[in-house]
Structures are given as structure tokens and as C-alpha cells.
Ligand binder design. Structure first.
Ligand SMILES: Nc1ncnc2c1ncn2[C@@H]1O[C@H](COP(=O)(O)OP(=O)(O)OP(=O)(O)O)[C@@H](O)[C@H]1O
Length: 935
């Protein structure tokens, strides 16, 4: 028995979304079992659909276990075809499944196409889309159902019904007919379900299917049509897929080169990452390499002992050098008394060690040059010990020089992807303290005088020195041969072809980092020193002796430099010889040094051997600082200039700060002095006022006495005549030569007046007596005015009190100084006169008169005491400053109580018993006389 719903489903499934009807699903699980899904009821189904567009189906199964499988299924197949627009959801009821329309995410065109496809492909076995294997069976079942339905209908209508069914596939059926047929199908379905449940046989489908004869020939035209359409749709679909892909590509990448640019972007990111990693790795390698070198020591000493030469063997000499392979890097010298002296170096090469072995240990230092460090390799030792052999070698046994350059070429080739190197070679010799360029070909021309100069970058350069750019080892070898040919050699009894000069090969390595643009410039010095033997030993004279003296001098300078480096003294005597001066930037400090100490095994050379080994031991004791990479000198120079400027600015700032501090101190000291002087002025003024008072009293008393004696008129007349004589006759001034300069006025007494002082006193007292009556009233008034005036500051003369004697006594000349003080406008006496008047106690009035009558003095005083700006209009006669105030007083601090010095120097100054005069200061300023003020 089979559910007829499949047929109904077939008819409905043509429009799964647009049709209001619900599709039905039949899925075959295996050959015998099937599931039938049917709507609950038509009304309910419609309601459900309208409500949430979800449709519930109950399904029946011949096997209850199938229910679970169905519920667990993720996809819903409609007669073996995946329903594209419906989602299946398991409901809580086991026998119920909810079909939910999928959210249309695809484009409308695609939907339409799928619809079209679905309309047709349900009927197609050839449909390429995946479908369960039961499709063929399903298709047969569909045909059978059609036939069954046709037969179940009236025989008259069977043919038309079949036609209708066929036309349903085209979607051309009328609505009325459709619903009638549906009702009919439902009825049949009911019967069939009953039948199924009654028979309980699942394989009935197949049986019935087999029993029923198929009239496929009736369906062939439709099938053909469908087939054609399906093929068309497939083609269209394919085209559509291709086109949609193209459209998608076009919308996201409007330009044709997008793929290329994306690839480029990816590659550039990759490149940046790799570059970053490379730089990190490269710097790490350099750091580690340097660490290794530093651990080994930035100054390293290798000892090389040559084999006994033919003569020595012939003489039957035995080797004094014992190199025990079990004691690495050690050698022992067997002395004449059979004692052994042990020496330890960074490496010891015995007589059997060849040039390769030597260079194998040297190459690590050479690598440092390419990394941008300055390196110096030199061979030191007695004549004939193999210095030249080690450094230059022979064509068969090439030495360090050639091998070094070979290694440099090798490394530069190895790194050519990231670095570009340029190698420049110079060769020179220091012969008798003169520098000679060994690469100058034409030796007939007079040699240029070469000197060592310090470049702006701080490195030592030899202007005019030939620098040959080398690109291959052949070129290098050629250059080395040229240099060696030009070298000064001579024959000594120690060596047939002895080097009489220091030969220096300079290799400049310029590095250009292609990745980060960093530039380096480093020097490698390869030095074959002249023999270090003592002069007496090699029995030389004349030119050879002179050469040897120069050689020894420069070698001893080298020794001094090494000693200074070893003892870390602040001054390294590089300039004591041309050799050390040349090597300055590559010897000690921030560079790497390798020394070969060459020794002879012969017993006859024992002394020299010990000397050389001791020297080498000293060199080995030097502790260099950490090496510094040599950056491009121009940049280095810029940084140096900046650093220099900064240093100068700092110095300037410090100077200014110092001077400001000292000025502050001086200012504070002066302020304190001013305050002291003000105090003293006040004291003096008080004193003066007291004295004036006393004088007035005396005068009054004298006036009273004179009044008593007024009876005698004759006496009075004579007295009046005498007074007239004195007042009218002005005492003559002394010769101008005798007059002291203004600056000294207050320091010395004035020249004696031609009028005797006692006469003046007498006359003054007499005149006072005669005038007493007339001016009695005015005098009283004047007394009060004078008292008031005396209370005001005025100009007085004071003496400098010597400071109290202390342990450290500073000698200061005792002197008088004059002080300008505030004074009343009517007080026109000079300080000197004032002091005289004061000292004469009573003659002041007369002196004042005298002073007033002397216009010269008045002018002089006016010059000494220029009027205050506000008083500039005052007449010359009244020009004596009424309230003289030096500008030094203008800025005086407030009263003593309000200001307390804090600085220790100022406090100390306060205690000093000094009196200061602004007048003196003015004089000092102009005449540059030594000030007694503390500076
Ligand atoms: N390790 C060695 N193996 C073989 N031969 C050597 C070795 N060292 C030196 N000789 C030979 O010893 C001789 C003297 O060597 P060389 O001229 O290099 O000495 P030198 O120290 O440079 O002398 P000078 O200071 O006088 O120039 C040469 O003939 C050289 O070939």
C-alpha cells in the first residue's frame, strides 16, 4: 500500500513558495520502508501557513523506529530531491515535522532559476543534483500513482484525467480542477492508509509497481520536452554561475590588475617581515660574534716560533723553545741555566704550523672588519724571526696580508645580497720616521712628503696617500708585490734581507647596507714591523745604525703606547712616533688588535726571544674597552659637532651661573655695606646734632658776656673795624699746585690758610658777639632750624676703622674717606670744611661764609655732587646737593630689621668693620685703584 500523497505532492511541489498549497514529502529510507507525510487538515494547514508560514505535517511510518531517524534528519527531501526553499524543524511531537520557509538570501534571479529547475527536475532521473538512490524508484512510483489515479477515476474520464495530470506539470491546470482533484486524492489517500495499516506490508509498493503495466509511451512527448527543458536549464544554470562569478569578481575588483596588486601587497608584506627578521638576525649575529671576540679578548697575542734555519742546523744549534701540545697555548723557554720560563698566549704556533693554520686563527678578527670594526694586526719580533714571512709570505706560502684580502672578498661575495662592500688598499712604510708611499710607481720623481693629519671626523689620515680600489685577489697580489718591491730593505748579519722599516698595509672597507641603508667605514692595518733587536747585537754602523736607532725609537714608542693602554692612563702617547700616530685609531680603545710575536728557537737568540716574549706578555695584559662599531664618519662627525656644541653650551651656562652667583654675592655684600654706612651716618648725625647744641649754648653764653661789656664803645668800635677787615679781606688761596685733587680731598688735611687760625677764631667770636644783638631773635629761630637740619643726613668726613686683628690679617692702608649724605639745601660746606669747622668748634659759621664766597669751590663741589635730576634747575651757587643721594643708595634694601642676610659670605661681611664711601668708589672706578672692598 502506498500513500497517494506523493502524487499530490508532485503536483504541488512545482511552486513551493509562490503557491499557497503545501508540499508533501515522501522519503524512502530503504527499499521496503517509507514515510508518508500529510497535512493535519486543510484548514489548519492554511491557518498555520498564514500565521507563521510554518507548516506542520504528521507522518506515518510502517516502522516506528524510522520516526527517530526522520526527526534527526537535517534536510528535507521531496521525493528524493532536496527541498531548496524549506527548512525542516523537528517539533516536540514525534510524529510531527515543521516545514519552515528558508530565508531567501540568494538573488532573485537565482531563485527564479531554481524554481524553474525544480518545476522540471522533480520528474527527471537525469537531474545531476544529488539525490537519494531511491529517485528512480520514486519516479516509477509516481508513474504508477498516476496510472492508479487514472484507473480509480471513472473510465470515461481516465484519459482526460491523465491529460490533466500531465498538464499539471506544466502548471497550466485551472484552479477549480486542481482542488477537486485534490479532494479526490485525499479520499484515495485515506483508503490507502487504511490499506497500509491493514496489510502492514511495506514492500507492496514494489509489488504493485511490478504488477501494474506501464504505459510509458504516453508520457514520452512530455518527458522529451522536460528533458530538453532540463538540459536547457542546466546549460543556463551553468552560464548563470559563470556570469555571476564574473559579476562578483567585477564588483569587488573594478580594475583588472587587482589580483596582481593583491599579490604584490602580499609579497611586500612578506618582504617587510623578512627584512625585519633579517635585520634582527643580522644584528644578533654581529652582537654574538663580538661577544665571542670580546670574550677571547679585544687584544690578542699569538706567538709564532720559526723553525731552525739551515745555518743554525749546520751550527748544531738546538731549539730552546718547548711547546707541549698537552699545555694548550703555552710555551716554555729553556734558559742557559736549564731553568724554564713559561709564557702563555692566546695561541702558540710551533715551527711546524703552516700559513693556513695561522690564518685559520686570524680570520675571526678579519670578519670584524667587514662588520665595521677597526682592526690592527701586527707582527713584532727580532730580525729574521719570520715577521715578513707571516705577514707577506711567499708565492708558495702566502701570508696574512693576502689571505686577509682573499677572506674579505669571500665575505663580501657571500653577503652581496644584503651588503655592498668597497675595498681600498694603501701601502706605506715608516722609514727613519718618514712616511713613504709604497704604491707610487715612478720612483724617479721626488717623493711626496706625507704627514699624518687628523681628519674632521677625528680619524688619522695621510693626505696624498694612494688608495687603490681592488676587486680581485689578483689585483691585491699585484699591489702587494709592488709595495714589497719598493720597501726599504737592507742586509744585516741577522737577516740577509732585513726590513729596515715598518711596513703598513691599510685596507679600508666601506660597507653599504642595502636593506637599511646604514653605512660603515672601517680600517684594517696589517703591519710588518722592523726588527726589534738591540743595536749592539747585530754589529752595524753608518746608515744601518741610524736606521736601527729610528726603528728602536719607534718600537719603544709603541711599547709606551701599549704600557699606557695597559695602565689605563688618561694620556696615551700616540704622537711620539709616526708609527703609533698612524695606528692611533686602530690601536687600543675601541678597536681589535692582534699581535704576532715572532721568536727564534735558536740558543743564540735567547736574550732577544725573552725580550720579545716579555713585551708580548705586557701587550696581552691590556684590557680594552668594549669595541665600537665604526659608523660612517660624516654622520659621526655631525654627531660629534652636535656633542661639542652641547658641551660648549653647557660650559657657557655654567659660566653664566657662576658669574650670576658671584654678582649676587657682591650685590648682597654691597647692600650690607650700604646698610652699615647708613647706620653710621645716623650715629654721626646724632653726634653732630649734639655738638651743635652744645656750641649754640656756648655762643649764647658768650653773647651774654659780650653784652655786659658793651659799655665800652671804643673797644666796640675797634672790634667792629677788626671784623670788617677780616670779613672783607678774603684769605688768598694757596698755589694751585698745592691744592690736592678732588679725589684726595678727604684723605689729607688742607694746606694751611694764610690767616692764622687763632685770628679767625677770635674774629669769629667777636663778630658773633657784635651780631648777637641784631640777630638775637633770628638766632633763636636758626638754632631750631639748625637742630632740625642736623637731624637730616648730610655729607661728613669719616675715618676708616681698621678691621680687628685676626689670625690672617689683611693689610689695608689706613685712609680717610668722605661720605655724601643727605643734607639741607642751605648747608654748603664741603666735607673738609665741615670737618674743620666741627673740629674748630665755633668757627663753622665763618667757614661757611668763606666757602660761600669762593665760587670756584662751589663749582668744584657741584661737579663732585651733581644735583639730583629734579634739582637740575638750581643755580650753580646753590648747586651743592641739598639731598645728595648716590645711585648706589637708590636701591638700598628696607630697614635693617626687615632684611636679614642668609648667605654665609654676606653674614661674614656684615661682621667686618668697614666703612664705604660712594665718593671713593667713584674715584676708584675712574682711576682703577685697588678697591678696599671685598670683591
Ligand atoms: N715559519 C716559518 N717557516 C719557514 N720559514 C720561515 C718561517 N719564518 C721565517 N722563515 C724564514 O726565515 C727567514 C727570515 O724571515 P723574515 O724575513 O720573514 O724575517 P723578519 O722577521 O721579517 O726579518 P726582518 O725583521 O729582518 O725583516 C725567511 O727566509 C723566511 O722564509
Amino acid at each position: 500500500m502506498v500513500s497517494l500523497e506523493s502524487a499530490q505532492a508532485t503536483s504541488r511541489s512545482v511552486e513551493p513558495i509562490s503557491s499557497p498549497r503545501i508540499s508533501f514529502s515522501v522519503d524512502f529510507l530503504d527499499d521496503n520502508d517509507f514515510i508518508s507525510i500529510s497535512p493535519n487538515s486543510e484548514n489548519q494547514e492554511t491557518k498555520e501557513r498564514e500565521k507563521s508560514r510554518n507548516v506542520d505535517f504528521e507522518f506515518l511510518s510502517s516502522d516506528s523506529s524510522i520516526t527517530d531517524s526522520m526527526i534527526a534528519a537535517d534536510e528535507l527531501f521531496f521525493e528524493g530531491k532536496l527541498l531548496p526553499f524549506w527548512e525542516m524543524q523537528n517539533s516536540e511531537k514525534l510524529n510531527k515535522i515543521t516545514l519552515k520557509p528558508k530565508e531567501a538570501k540568494e538573488e532573485e534571479e537565482e531563485e527564479e532559476m531554481n524554481k524553474e529547475e525544480s518545476r522540471v527536475s522533480w520528474f527527471m532521473d537525469e537531474d545531476p543534483s544529488p539525490r537519494p538512490p531511491k529517485c528512480t524508484v520514486l519516479w516509477k512510483e509516481l508513474l504508477r500513482l498516476k496510472k492508479q489515479r487514472a484507473s480509480s477515476l471513472s473510465p470515461s474520464s481516465s484519459s482526460s484525467s491523465l491529460v490533466d495530470m500531465n498538464s499539471m506539470g506544466d502548471g497550466k491546470e485551472g484552479k477549480e480542477g486542481f482542488w477537486n482533484r485534490e479532494k479526490h486524492v485525499k479520499r484515495i489517500k485515506k483508503d490507502q492508509i487504511q490499506e497500509i495499516s491493514h496489510l502492514g506490508k511495506t514492500n507492496s509498493i514494489t509489488n504493485e509497481f511490478q504488477e501494474t503495466p506501464l504505459h510509458q509511451e504516453q508520457d514520452l512527448p512530455i518527458l522529451q520536452k522536460i528533458n530538453d527543458l532540463s538540459t536547457k536549464i542546466q546549460n543556463l544554470k551553468k552560464e548563470h554561475t559563470v556570469l555571476s562569478l564574473e559579476v562578483k569578481g567585477n564588483t569587488s575588483d573594478p580594475f583588472p590588475g587587482t589580483e596582481v596588486s593583491t599579490a604584490l601587497q602580499f609579497l611586500s608584506t612578506e618582504y617587510e617581515n623578512l627584512k625585519k627578521k633579517y635585520l634582527e638576525e643580522s644584528s644578533e649575529r654581529k652582537r654574538l660574534y663580538n661577544e665571542v671576540i670580546e670574550l677571547k679578548g679585544n687584544i690578542r697575542v699569538f706567538c709564532r716560533c720559526r723553525p731552525l734555519n739551515r745555518d743554525e742546523v749546520a751550527n748544531g744549534s738546538s731549539s730552546l723553545v718547548d711547546i707541549d701540545p698537552s699545555h694548550e697555548n703555552e710555551l716554555q723557554i729553556i734558559c742557559s741555566d736549564s731553568s724554564r720560563k713559561q709564557f702563555k698566549f692566546d695561541h702558540v704556533f710551533g715551527p711546524h704550523d703552516n700559513q693556513e693554520a695561522v690564518f685559520a686563527q686570524t680570520s675571526s678578527v678579519v670578519t670584524s672588519v667587514v662588520d665595521g670594526f677597526n682592526v690592527c694586526i701586527f707582527a713584532y719580533g727580532q730580525t729574521g724571526t719570520g715577521k715578513t714571512f707571516t705577514m707577506e709570505g711567499t708565492p708558495e706560502n702566502r701570508g696574512v696580508n693576502y689571505r686577509t684580502l682573499e677572506e674579505l672578498f669571500r665575505i663580501s661575495k657571500e653577503r652581496n645580497s644584503t651588503m655592498r662592500y668597497e675595498l681600498l688598499v694603501s701601502m706605506l712604510e715608516v722609514y727613519n720616521e718618514k712616511i713613504r708611499d709604497l704604491l707610487v710607481e715612478n720612483s724617479d720623481q721626488p717623493l711626496k712628503k706625507l704627514e699624518v693629519k687628523q681628519s674632521a671626523e677625528g680619524t688619522q689620515e695621510v693626505p696624498g696617500l694612494v688608495e687603490a680600489c681592488v676587486h680581485s685577489t689578483d689585483e691585491v697580489w699585484e699591489l702587494l708585490r709592488t709595495g714589497s718591491r719598493n720597501r726599504s730593505v737592507g742586509s744585516t748579519n741577522a737577516n740577509e734581507l732585513s726590513s729596515r722599516s715598518h711596513c703598513l698595509l691599510r685596507v679600508t672597507v666601506k660597507g653599504d647596507n642595502l636593506v637599511n641603508g646604514q653605512r660603515t667605514k672601517s680600517h684594517l692595518w696589517l703591519v710588518d714591523l722592523a726588527g726589534s733587536e738591540r743595536v749592539g747585537k747585530i754589529e752595524i754602523e753608518g746608515e744601518r745604525l741610524k736606521e736601527s736607532q729610528f726603528i728602536n725609537k719607534s718600537l719603544s714608542a709603541l711599547g709606551d703606547v701599549i704600557s699606557a693602554l695597559a695602565s689605563k692612563t688618561s694620556h696615551i702617547p700616540y704622537r711620539n712616533s709616526k708609527l703609533t700616530h698612524l695606528l692611533q685609531s686602530s690601536l687600543g680603545g675601541d678597536c681589535k688588535t692582534l699581535m704576532f710575536v715572532q721568536i727564534s728557537p735558536s740558543a743564540s737568540d735567547l736574550g732577544e726571544t725573552l725580550c720579545s716574549l716579555n713585551f708580548a706578555t705586557r701587550v696581552r695584559g691590556i684590557e680594552h674597552g668594549p669595541v665600537r662599531k665604526q659608523a660612517d664618519p660624516t654622520e659621526l662627525f655631525k654627531f660629534k659637532q652636535l656633542a661639542e656644541k652641547l658641551r660648549q653650551d653647557d660650559q657657557e651656562k655654567r659660566k653664566l651661573q657662576d658669574s650670576m652667583q658671584s654678582l649676587q654675592l657682591r650685590f648682597a655684600a654691597r647692600e650690607q655695606l650700604c646698610r652699615n654706612l647708613q647706620e653710621k651716618n645716623r650715629d654721626l648725625e646724632n653726634q653732630l646734632a649734639e655738638e651743635r647744641k652744645t656750641r649754640l649754648q656756648h655762643e649764647n653764653r658768650a653773647a651774654a658776656a659780650a653784652a655786659a661789656a658793651s659799655a665800652k664803645s671804643s673797644t666796640l668800635m675797634s672790634l667792629q673795624q677788626g671784623r670788617k677787615f677780616i670779613t672783607e679781606k678774603k684769605p688768598p688761596l694757596g698755589p694751585s699746585k698745592l691744592r690736592l685733587p678732588l679725589g684726595r680731598i678727604t684723605n689729607f688735611l688742607p694746606p694751611p690758610s694764610p690767616v692764622p687760625s687763632h685770628k679767625i677764631i677770635t674774629a669769629t667770636s667777636i663778630s658773633a658777639a657784635t651780631e648777637n644783638k641784631e640777630n638775637n631773635m633770628s638766632r633763636t629761630a636758626m638754632a631750631t632750624t639748625t637742630t632740625r637740619t642736623l637731624m637730616k643726613p648730610r655729607r661728613v668726613s669719616i675715618a676708616v676703622r681698621p678691621p680687628p686683628k685676626t689670625a690672617i690679617q689683611v693689610h689695608q692702608p689706613k685712609r680717610r674717606v668722605s661720605i655724601a649724605t643727605l643734607r639741607d639745601s642751605h648747608l654748603t660746606m664741603t666735607p673738609l670744611k665741615s670737618s674743620i669747622a666741627l673740629s674748630n668748634n665755633g668757627g663753622g659759621e665763618m667757614s661757611r661764609q668763606l666757602f660761600l664766597r669762593d665760587p670756584q669751590r662751589v663749582r668744584r663741589m657741584s661737579r663732585m655732587f651733581p644735583p639730583m635730576p629734579e634739582q637740575s634747575s638750581v643755580a650753580a651757587g646753590e648747586a651743592t646737593p641739598s639731598g645728595f643721594r648716590s645711585s648706589k643708595f637708590m636701591g638700598s634694601p628696607p630697614a635693617v630689621g626687615s632684611w636679614k642676610p642668609r648667605h654665609s659670605t654676606v653674614v661674614a661681611l656684615q661682621r667686618r668693620n668697614l666703612v664705604w664711601s660712594p665718593l671713593k668708589l667713584r674715584g676708584l672706578k675712574s682711576s682703577n685703584r685697588k678697591s678696599f672692598l671685598p670683591s
